[in-house]
Design a protein around this ligand. Structure first.
Ligand code: CAA
Length: 379
């Protein structure tokens, strides 16, 4: 067993850490207020070759592994979680299903612009009446000549305003009394396709979260992604990978909260000594550090299993569940250590808590993760 990062992973970590500290972190407070999408940051990430990090070089990717993807997601999220979720969804929800299930032609056409940073990656699963029950999809695609004609809607879709195309799930028929759900690639400029970007969110304010409305959207039959009727399973498999990204985000946010709490505890004096000299503060910080260490190890293990081609559904779910819950706990403790200052926006720690909350909801709530884990352990 080897717990060291490889040379390539270390190099990626060093590069992205510097970029996160120097370029991403300085504007995070302003972006949280202005809700401005970090387009310029992504232009630079694209120049650095990060936008197609884990995908094949023949599509413009960098051919790196899932651990590297997790490292980049963690570091970006440490600096600005809105940037982190944009990146995580771009790779793990947008690029991954094309990479896993696309034909060679589809990969050339749709994955390449994602890797080159010409299009953001996104996918459409959740609907107004199909959240945790993702199989409750109501969006329908009917055959008409050589086309699919799609009607329905999707909600809470990350990155769609900046995507040229996205894969979404739709009912394409019935099989043995059950809905046949397929995945179809839809260009976002198709006639009848409307993207609505007007959510007022609690956190992750600079990330793009949208509603999609499909009104007789017509796409060629060749836009079917993977096998007809396999769309739900394909998206479940995609979410396994996405959950590693959300878990890495949790580690990044928790690390940011811990770093600030540690620094503040050494500066702030009460009763004639710094907070860090009180055992109560030391114990809080020790617990925070332990949780972060454990969450990061869980992320790396799930990423490693994925890269070995081994089953990783359980580990990805456990990492996502644990990392998202500890990011809330650590952010909460960081606010507590800051006292009244922590409640004020200028000290930033309150943003960590608002951002972290989404991690317990998005890409499967904590309750859904427990359901997935329970099934995996044979309950
Ligand atoms: N990989 C591959 N196949 C899988 C799978 C996986 N991880 N999980 C399930 N499947 C397969 C099952 O084997 C089963 O196949 P068979 O029919 O051949 O037996 C099929 O899929 C149906 O599985 P279940 O019976 O377990 O399905 P279910 O209806 O009970 O739902 C669930 C399972 C785990 C609750 C699932 O619905 C789920 O994960 N829900 C949460 C959805 C979620 O995370 N949504 C967030 C999306 S993120 C988003 O929308 C934001 C954005 O930016 C786009």
């Amino acid at each position: 067993m080897n717990f060291d990062l490889t040379q390539e992973q270390q190099m990626i970590k060093k590069t992205i850490k510097e970029f996160a500290d120097e370029v991403v972190a300085p504007g995070a407070v302003d972006r949280d207020r202005s809700k401005e999408f970090p387009a310029d940051i992504f232009k630079q990430l694209s120049d650095m070759g990060m936008m197609g990090l884990p995908f094949d070089e023949k599509y413009g990717g960098a051919g790196a592994d899932t651990t590297s993807f997790a490292i980049v997601t963690e570091e970006l999220s440490r600096a600005c979680a809105s940037t982190g979720i944009t990146y995580s969804a771009h790779i793990s929800l947008g690029g991954a299903p094309l990479n896993l299930f696309g034909t060679e032609q589809q990969k050339q056409r749709y994955l390449t612009p994602i890797c080159k940073g010409e299009s953001f990656g996104a996918f459409g699963l959740t609907e107004p009446n199909a959240g945790s029950d993702a199989g409750g999809t109501q969006t329908r695609a009917t055959e008409d000549g050589d086309d699919w004609v799609i009607n329905g809607s999707k909600v809470y879709i990350t990155n769609a305003s900046y995507a040229n195309h996205l894969a979404l799930t739709a009912i394409t028929g019935m099989e043995g009394g059950k809905k046949e759900i397929s995945a179809i690639i839809v260009p976002t400029d198709a006639e009848g396709f409307t993207i609505i970007d007007n959510y007022e969110k609690m956190g992750l304010n600079a990330s793009n979260t949208t509603e999609l409305v499909l009104d007789n959207v017509r796409v060629p039959k060749e836009n079917l992604l993977g096998k007809r009727g396999q769309g739900f399973k394909q998206f479940m498999a995609t979410l396994d990978g996405g959950r590693i990204g959300i878990a890495a985000m949790g580690v990044g946010i928790a690390q940011a909260a811990f770093d600030r709490a540690l620094r503040y505890s050494k500066e702030r004096k009460q009763f004639g000594k710094t907070l860090s000299e009180f055992q109560i503060t030391q114990f809080k910080l020790a617990d925070m550090a332990m949780k972060i260490e454990l969450a990061r190890n869980m992320v790396y293990k799930a990423a490693w299993l994925k890269d070995q081609g081994r089953p990783f559904t359980k580990e990805a779910s456990m990492a996502k569940l644990y990392a998202s819950e500890i990011s809330m706990e650590v952010a909460d403790e960081a606010i507590q250590i800051h006292g009244g200052y922590g409640y004020m926006k200028e000290y930033e720690v309150e943003r960590y808590m608002r951002d972290a909350k989404l991690l317990e909801i998005g890409e499967g709530t904590s309750e859904i993760q427990r359901m997935v884990i329970a099934r995996q352990i044979g309950c």
